[in-house]
Design a protein around this ligand. Structure first.
Ligand SMILES: Nc1ncnc2c1ncn2[C@@H]1O[C@H](COP(=O)(O)OP(=O)(O)O)[C@@H](O)[C@H]1O
Ligand SMILES: [Mg+2]
Length: 232
């Protein structure tokens, strides 16, 4: 962890860690999308990443979630990650809220436990009355909250949120921000770490720390306000 992280963060230390050391990755031979990228997280909290299009942010998430493997460098992650995309329609599959959440659960749970996990995930995202609602009747914001419930039901402890509010209106945007911030701070449950990619600078006011991605490399952590100052 870089020195200044200690100044800007008051977050809980975890036994889990995510460590990328000089990671490089290219989709095509010769062109490095991630270029000696370093990242280290071992605390819960809401960490945000900003950077121009094509700087490698989504590729970084694919690598952390295990969809691609680094071509150079050291990668270690003891978190259980869950990736959340911009468009929830790309990840919600079954017709009702509760049936979709079933996909996130291990197959061997008994019915009581299944029920409890689904209800708890729906409660955490404010959809407790919607277990039987057909997904096509949900608003965009509710769909995104359901996708988040899927990540929670799977007991992931590292949420990788790739511009999760890009398609949402301001009130749904705020609600997702508040829910994610809350679940990264709750002291009575398993601590959750969230890394959130955004282009919307106002979202940086919600984070514990933020870093800028440039040409495949992440800079140091700053407070959200410090990063906003760099862009205005
Ligand atoms: N699946 C893919 N196949 C080939 N090239 C890709 C793929 N995904 C991303 N890229 C390329 O990698 C570069 C970085 O993209 P990306 O990681 O999506 O950046 P960002 O999320 O910061 O906009 C871009 O040039 C993009 O075209
Ligand atoms: Mg992207």
């Amino acid at each position: 962890m870089k020195e200044n992280q200690h100044e800007v963060l008051e977050v809980k230390s975890l036994s889990c860690f995510l460590e990328l050391e000089n990671i490089s990755y290219g989709w095509k031979v010769g062109k490095k999308v991630l270029n000696r990228c370093n990242l280290s997280i071992s605390s819960s909290g809401l960490w945000m990443l900003v950077g121009s299009n094509g700087s490698g942010k989504s590729t970084l998430f694919r690598l952390i979630s295990g969809l691609i493997t680094p071509q150079e460098g050291q990668f270690s992650c003891s978190f259980k990650p869950a990736l959340m995309l911009q468009n929830p329609d790309h990840q919600l599959l079954l017709p009702s809220c509760s049936s979709d959440l079933l996909l996130s659960l291990p197959p061997n749970l008994d019915p009581m436990e299944r029920h409890e996990r689904i209800n708890s995930a729906l409660r955490q995202v404010g959809l407790e009355d919607m277990a039987d609602r057909p997904i096509h009747t949900l608003s965009g914001g509710q769909k995104q909250r359901l996708a988040l419930a899927g990540a929670l039901a799977s007991q992931a402890n590292l949420l990788l949120l790739d511009e999760p509010t890009a398609l949402l209106d301001p009130s749904s945007q705020r609600s997702i921000l508040e829910i994610v911030r809350k679940i990264t701070r709750q002291s009575n449950k398993t601590p959750i770490t969230a890394i959130w990619i955004t282009h919307r600078l106002e979202e940086l006011t919600f984070c514990d720390a933020a870093a800028i991605m440039e040409q495949g490399r992440l800079g140091q952590w700053f407070s959200g306000h410090q990063v906003i100052q760099k862009f205005i």
